[in-house]
Design a protein around this ligand. Structure first.
Ligand SMILES: Nc1ncnc2c1ncn2[C@@H]1O[C@H](COP(=O)(O)OP(=O)(O)OP(=O)(O)O)[C@@H](O)[C@H]1O
Length: 273
């Protein structure tokens, strides 16, 4: 498989993947003297599950933060839905249909699961407080629509039984699932997952993998995720970008990447010339 293909492709499990949704072109990101990303290019196609993997400090989080608009690279271009994206704030990126979860859970711990998931709908709440006061009907209709969508997400991720529970009381694996629910509540076109399995036990990882696959299948959501655990990612992803020391050292199907000598060396800790 070529990573320069413009059109989509059929996955090994027979799913149809569309054209290019996002393209990173020659991205370089520096923090003072540290080059976190060096001249990396790759694309994300409509409907695929795309992983970015690499050892510690490879630059995965930095790349996710470039995609989500948190960092603006010094060099390179970000293309989204066929247009070059100007530098924009993360909330503007979110308004373009990109939602994310965080490596360290970022939920409102004192609030219920339902209220946390509702915050994912903020971009859809068009009426402000003044409008709500004078235009009650419209605000109510909006509230009902948002609520219906959130309930659908809650059912889908099987968290009905904890919808009233304060997040602080939940075990780690469930918190991660609530974070996924909140991101999904935004009905994103592109969903970014920052180490969705980090800190999970085997059973929780299996659950999370299943939910990620189901989200992709049921909602048609394109998913980009970063992980440093190779195993889980290989089962889940259609294509994988491998980073090491800020550079791209591999890009292809899980099989292609698994057999790439540079990738094997990076994971075995072979020293660099
Ligand atoms: N805000 C920052 N300021 C300075 N240096 C940074 C910053 N963020 C990341 N770096 C550096 O950039 C490099 C890449 O870090 P990054 O967190 O993107 O890697 P990673 O692959 O996500 O690592 P991990 O798997 O450990 O989370 C590292 O050398 C890191 O120290």
């Amino acid at each position: 498989m070529s990573d320069t293909m413009e059109e989509g492709y059929i996955t090994e499990d027979g799913r149809k993947i569309g054209g290019t949704l996002m393209e990173m072109k020659n991205i370089t990101l520096r923090f003072g003297g540290v080059k976190a990303i060096t001249d990396i290019s790759f694309d994300i196609k409509e409907g695929e599950i795309r992983a970015i993997i690499g050892p510690n400090g490879a630059g995965k989080s930095s790349m996710l933060n470039v995609i989500s608009g948190f960092y603006v690279p010094q060099e390179g271009e970000v293309w989204y839905k066929g247009a070059k994206r100007p530098p924009m704030k993360p909330y503007q990126v979110a308004q373009q249909g990109i939602a994310r979860t965080f490596q360290n859970i970022a939920l409102f711990e004192g609030m219920s699961v339902l209220d946390n998931v509702m915050t994912g709908r903020l971009n859809y709440m068009k009426t402000n407080m003044f409008q709500q006061a004078i235009w009650k009907g419209k605000a109510e209709k909006e509230e009902v629509e948002n609520r219906e969508f959130v309930e659908k997400v809650i059912d889908f991720l099987e968290i009905q039984s904890i919808r009233k529970t304060p997040v602080a009381r939940l075990p780690y694996g469930l918190k991660k699932r609530v974070e996924l629910a909140r991101a999904l509540a935004a009905a994103p076109h592109l969903l970014l997952l920052d180490e969705p399995m980090a800190g999970m036990n085997v059973e929780e990882k299996e659950d999370m993998s299943r939910f990620i696959l189901d989200v992709n299948d049921e909602f048609g959501t394109t998913i980009a995720l970063i992980e440093h655990d190779m195993g889980v990612v290989m089962d889940l992803s259609d294509r994988v970008v491998v980073m090491d020391y800020g550079k791209k050292i591999g890009d292809g199907t899980p099989d292609e990447v698994r057999n790439n000598q540079d990738v094997i060396d990076a994971y075995l800790g072979v020293s660099h010339d």
